[in-house]
Write a protein that binds this ligand. Structure first.
Ligand code: ATP
Ligand code: MG
Length: 256
């Protein structure tokens, strides 16, 4: 499936989720393409693709100068390929104005990416044109949510965007799930917010919770998903569990 990982709030664990979920699905034998759609390029760095190896990027693809296949790189993680991003992408919202089909540039580019079981799109922390491109190209939206005081307010804004994209660009888009990240069981506020989110969104919230875990934050500086950096870490195990739970939720594909 095509999964956009989005939340307009910064630093909530989007990239950590994109990289480690991709690595966990890859380890399960699924072929994954991770698209780094954030000018910060953190998913590219986190998968060991340094700036000098980013010859072609998702920016070139969106502007029609390269195909997805041209820009796809192999990564350290089994079965995980990556389309990297560069800082050029920060100009994309303006550069795309000249294209009439600007919300659909990614969707069109992905039309031929058939060699993958899953496409995971790491979005920037905004609800601008890049995130809209991701939502227009995706079957599902996965929202990483940090359990803190204003979490629910931010979520309602995101759900409005989802509904707007559904009405205008992509009627098939589903809210695949909400995953609680950087969770601290000893923190009462964390527990209270988590309960609120579950009351509002029910089974849409994954049972799997990603704990706050220092290994998850160390791994990117080694250019590795946590799953390769320290597979026994609580954070790595949580993402394996999330990949299992996600797979169980997906509609069963009937062989042609
Ligand atoms: P941005 O909005 O800037 O793209 P993001 O939503 O992609 O941020 P991440 O980059 O994944 O968020 O995470 C923000 C910071 O928190 C990073 O330094 C990351 O290593 C750290 N982090 C993410 N998840 C966890 C976790 N479960 N435990 C500890 N640290 C974490
Ligand atoms: Mg990020």
């Amino acid at each position: 499936m095509r999964l956009a990982i989005a939340n307009q709030k910064g630093g909530v664990g989007k990239t950590t989720t994109a990289v480690n979920l991709a690595a966990a699905l890859g380890a399960m034998g699924q072929r994954v393409l991770l698209i780094d759609l954030d000018p910060q390029g953190n998913a590219s760095t986190g998968l060991g693709i340094g700036r000098h190896s980013r010859k072609l990027s998702i920016y070139d693809v969106l502007l029609g100068r390269a195909t997805i296949e041209d820009a796809t790189l192999r990564t350290v993680a089994n079965n995980v390929a990556l389309v990297p991003s560069t800082v050029d992408l920060s100009g994309a919202e303006i550069d795309l104005i000249e294209f009439e089909d600007r919300p659909f540039r990614l969707r069109s580019a992905l039309r031929d990416a058939l060699a993958f079981d899953h496409i995971v799109i790491d979005c920037p922390p905004s609800l601008g044109l890049l995130t809209v491109n991701a939502l227009a190209a995706a079957d599902g939206l996965l929202v990483p949510l940090q359990a803190e005081f204003f979490a629910l307010e931010g979520l309602s804004q995101l759900v409005k965007t989802l509904e707007r994209v559904r009405a205008s660009a992509n009627p098939h888009l589903q809210l695949t799930g909400i995953v609680l990240t950087m969770f601290d069981r000893r923190n009462r506020l964390c527990e209270m917010v988590a309960n609120d989110v579950r009351d509002h969104f029910g089974d849409t919230v994954f049972r799997t919770v990603i704990p706050r875990n220092v290994r998850l934050s160390e791994a990117p500086s080694h250019g590795l998903p946590a799953l390769l950096y320290d597979p026994r870490a609580a954070g790595s195990e949580a993402y394996v569990e999330l990949a299992r739970e996600l797979s169980a939720r997906l509609p069963v594909r009937v062989a042609a």
